[in-house]
Design a protein around this ligand. Structure first.
Ligand code: NAD
Ligand code: UDX
Length: 464
């Protein structure tokens, strides 16, 4: 290793987590060499270019500052493994789609391949950091694969789950609520934990860096995502009740959120939660509970997912019902396709479910999104009757209905008079994120459908 740097860090997996996390470590620790490798050459080329492979506010600036100084992106995986002292594993751990545990368990094939590549390419002892979200007790399997080497090498496995959310990744990494480092409670485990602690301590206040045993760290990550997803499913369940009773879910969220025991965040009722993590991590928790002979625990968490599916279905069925029970050959504009604002990521986006359902009903869908159109085209390549248009005004022209599916700020300030005038009447708007000024839209002439509050309709005979 070049002694120009104090420590040599490698991250395997240059995705939504590996890329931003390592960019921030490199930015904050100029004396540490940080290299990010991936089997996907196109992705690495993009990390080395002006057009980074993911959109994340503030990411360009961080990469620009550190790339070439102490931050490197490469496909030379074996060489970089050999050189590294600390290796973060940040590969994807999607839901398994085959065999035992299909549809729930975590697919660990990418993780295991990585562990085996590490063993094969190493000639020195290393600290291996689980950054990916993994089932509890994975570190045990990782240690067995790694330490079964016949080179006399020792690998110390730490769990350092990542809590960043997409769209706010850089802010979350710069100023995390906490950093969690789990280790084995052995002398070598505690020594390795201290080494990682010292890296984060370059910018994270020490009281925010918490340590635990490795199993707690692994299970904390699944628990955190399950609790967050559960809040959204809870408020979405109440939204359905609000629509039936003339209560207003926003008023309820505001009032319950003021209870400091409940807290104000993650109480926005919506068309449903998306993203690559919540569904897969809750299902993984369900699978782990089932595998441990705890069916009640499994069912409890499974309802968080069922409620999300109910909310997505309810939204699209309400659309169809409101549009006189037929959307065939009607133009519908979907504003937003990303699973949340400020990202181009479309993994598990509710917009995909809504598009598929409307396409099944033979609607003519136009999708608009400032950052996610390329991903949308890939996601929907098998469906006919779909067009793509970045300009929301063009997307809405001649449509019977507009549905807001992502809470992009730009949708709050569109000229809805102009949109209304260009639409087929009666013009309907479905606010799947509750971000628009509903009274104003109603006054413009729209029939306004929202989450968790009665619709504002111009005709008593409306279909909802
Ligand atoms: P991702 O799919 O964006 O990136 C994973 C990368 O790993 C891909 O580029 C893939 O090519 C690469 N990879 C797979 N196998 C490899 C191998 N053998 N060698 C080298 N590279 C390999 O995934 P992501 O969203 O970054 O998530 C990574 C992990 O972090 C997952 O476990 C996820 O649950 C967890 N996580 C994700 C988020 C999030 O917001 N996306 C937040 C916290 C934790
Ligand atoms: C989540 C976790 O928040 C993060 O800590 C973890 O590391 C990865 O998974 P992410 O999926 O990137 O992050 O985004 P998040 O902000 O959690 O939103 C997830 C989904 O929930 C989005 O579709 C969002 O629109 C939705 N959501 C969020 C709501 O519907 N209502 C809310 O009140 C909050």
């Amino acid at each position: 290793m070049t002694k120009q740097f104090e420590t040599n860090i490698l991250c395997i997996g240059a995705g939504y987590v590996g890329g931003p996390t390592m960019a921030v470590i490199a930015q904050k620790c100029p004396k540490v060499k940080v290299c990010v490798v991936d089997i996907n050459k196109t992705r690495i080329d993009a990390w080395n270019s002006e057009n980074l492979p993911i959109y994340e506010p503030g990411l360009d600036e961080v990469v620009k500052e550190a790339r070439g100084r102490n931050l490197f992106f490469s496909t030379e995986i074996d060489k970089e493994i050999a050189d590294a002292e600390i290796i973060f594993v940040s590969v994807n751990t999607p839901t398994k789609q085959y065999g035992i545990g299909a549809g729930k368990a975590s697919d660990l094939q990418y993780w295991e391949k990585t562990a085996r590549s590490i063993v094969a390419a190493s000639n020195t002892n290393k600290i291996i950091v689980e950054k990916s979200t993994l089932p509890v007790r994975t570190a045990e399997a990782m240690e067995r694969v790694l330490n079964s080497n016949d080179k006399g090498l020792h690998f110390e496995v730490l769990s350092n789950p990542e809590f960043l959310a997409e769209g706010t990744a850089i802010a979350d990494l710069h100023n995390p609520d906490r950093v969690l480092i789990g280790s084995m409670e052995t002398e070598t485990g505690i020594k390795a934990r201290k080494k990682l602690f010292d890296i984060y301590a370059n910018w994270v206040p020490q009281e925010k860096i918490v340590t635990s045993n490795v199993w707690s760290a692994e299970l904390t990550k699944l628990t955190a995502n399950a609790f967050l997803a559960q809040r959204i499913s809870s408020v979405n369940a109440i939204s359905a009740l609000c629509e039936a009773t003339k209560a207003d879910v926003k008023e309820i969220s505001r009032a319950i959120g003021m209870d400091t025991r409940i807290g104000a965040k993650f109480l926005n009722a919506s068309v449903g939660f998306g993203g690559s993590c919540f569904k897969k991590d809750v299902l993984n928790l369900v699978y782990i509970a089932e595998s441990n002979g705890l069916p009640e625990v499994a069912q409890y968490w499974e309802w968080v997912i069922k409620m999300n599916e109910y909310q997505e279905t309810r939204f699209v069925e309400n659309m169809i019902k409101a549009m006189f029970n037929t959307v065939a050959n009607k133009k519908i504009a979907l504003l937003g396709f990303a699973f949340k604002k400020d990202t181009g990521d479309t993994r598990e986006t509710p917009a995909l479910f809504v598009s598929k359902k409307l396409a099944e009903e033979r609607a003519l869908i136009t999708i608009s999104d400032p950052k996610a159109l390329e991903n949308a085209k890939t996601d929907l390549k098998d469906l006919s009757g779909i067009s793509y248009e970045i300009d929301p005004y063009v997307a809405s022209r001649d449509s019977h209905a507009v549905a807001v599916l992502t809470e992009w700020d730009l949708y709050k300030t569109l000229d809805y008079e102009k949109i209304y005038k260009s639409m087929v009447k009666p013009a309907m708007i479905f606010d799947g994120r509750n971000i628009l000024d509903h009274q104003k839209l109603f006054e413009i002439g729209f029939d306004v459908y929202r989450i968790g509050k009665q619709a504002l309709l111009h005709s008593e005979t409306a279909f909802i």
